[in-house]
Design a binder for this molecule. Sequence first.
Ligand SMILES: Cc1ncc(C[n+]2csc(CCOP(=O)(O)OP(=O)(O)O)c2C)c(N)n1
Ligand SMILES: [Mg+2]
Length: 568
Amino acid sequence: MESVTAGGAIFTKLKALGVDYVFANSGTDFPPVIEGLIEATHRGMDLPTAVTVPHEMAAVSMAHGHYQISGRIQSVMLHTNVGLSNGATGAINAWCDQIPMMLMSGRTPVTERDRFGARTVPIGWGQEMFDQTALVRETTKWDYELRFPEQISELFDRGWAIANSTPKGPIYLSLPREVLCEQTPSARLNAPSCMAPVVAAPDPASLERAAALLAGAKSPLIISQRGAGSAEAFRVLANLVQDWGLPLSHYWANQISIPLSHPMQIGAAPEALLAEADVVLVINSLAPWWPDKVTLREDVTVIQMGPDPLFARTPVRNFRADVTLVGETGPSILALARAMADQRRDESTIAARRERISALAARNREGVIEAAESGNRGPMTKDWVSLCLGRAIKGRKASVFHELGCPLMPLDLDQHLGYFQEPHSGGLGWAFPAALGAQLADRERLVFATMGDGSYMFANPTVCHQVAEAMELPVIVLVLNNEEWGAVRHSVEGLYSEGYAAKSNEVPMTSLKPSPDFARTAEASRAYTETVVQGSDLPAALERAIRVATEERRQVLLNIAIEPAGAL
Ligand SMILES: Cc1ncc(C[n+]2csc(CCOP(=O)(O)OP(=O)(O)O)c2C)c(N)n1
Ligand SMILES: [Mg+2]
């Protein structure tokens, strides 16, 4: 029987599982992997593309962003415990966002001599741990350490099926160097998975109950934080909320579920409607409201829909859940819409509500736009940047990645996959590499990475610009530069509103002055750059940026001067 190096066998298997990319950051655990990859290439095997990513946080986040656009699981291969720990924040983010991922890292050799692959350098001793996997165990669904090379095919099938099961998430495989150095039969490697993922769906009785509750509600409200799940569900949900006059709030949302200018999209401040609601539908929302700020009615009924409606792996999360609808979000929305079609309708109540909500939504939107327009100065507000960006991309296939960059509401987005904010885990350094992964998944899409200056530095910018140039990814980076960690300063002032920090001109541990010339960081990788200080100059700068990205297919960075929030 034909055999191959185990390190290379992994690539053939990943390809058979539909993985397009291995985002890799290699080390001394990789000789059998690299040798095996070249061997597999020579043999004409069908392989995923290996991408060299010079920081692990970027590698994991690229796999994250790729999945968000492609809907296909990708893989990441890191160097032993040290590479894995650099990627751990990315795993926390992927876990929080329910992103399937095949995460792997090498395991330093355990043998000291007399075996091919045994320790050859001091790190063989320095990198060994009792439990390397503990670095990511809490943020992966399943983990295993490869013991024998002939396990590869079945183990990878199992990991793949578990990662893609509802609720989706990363899995981790640790790969000891001695095992990777062995030979393994190639027979089953290019077969598709022998295990199918588990796809959960709402049970019919709960679905019927939820539909009846929503249909009979006087003051219903929908909170949706993580999108509609599919383009079809995005359309169907928009029609459903219009048809039934159901207000929807993107409260603390990191994706959009219906267009922002939809007459039932009431914005990001649903507190008043929440307080009067008799039925609340929560669509895949980890933190659907702020318990310290809003009290729901005693007799409220809460329906929680999502891949994991109780978020069972979050230790404390005590939001009501009178009805739970488990399942992937897209199909669950379609099923709910079908169930609603059979419900009795009180047309006059619905019409009156629709009118009231659309007037409220229109007022809210006008307020948002007015406030954003008032930020057109130099330096400008983040809201002004959002407003200009929304206008610049109108009608184009575009995705905005946001990490303390362009706030959602002033954008005028109307597409599924139009917006991604960092997951609620908030591990900064995500947006730029996630945008790179997204661009790799769809090269025709206009992709923006919008970040605070602090977030841009967390992203290992030199790494990301290098990958953008190497992979020819014309991502447009907007650095919203207020020369500080504004969010940190704000949280001090929020908790101690009358305290010392609120009255101080300089707040310790928040300043990023002197601000680096970020344009030059990007120019080091031959990006097109501009520094924008005046708000009125921004629309034209965005037009030039879009032209360079789409026509020259070159990466762009705009360093945009933002006034510190709270400034007069
Ligand atoms: C990995 C990581 N480290 C630290 C933090 C804490 N943190 C949250 S917001 C923030 C500052 C972000 O600054 P910037 O991107 O410049 O945005 P700004 O608030 O200034 O607009 C920090 C340090 C975090 N969320 N993640
Ligand atoms: Mg900042």
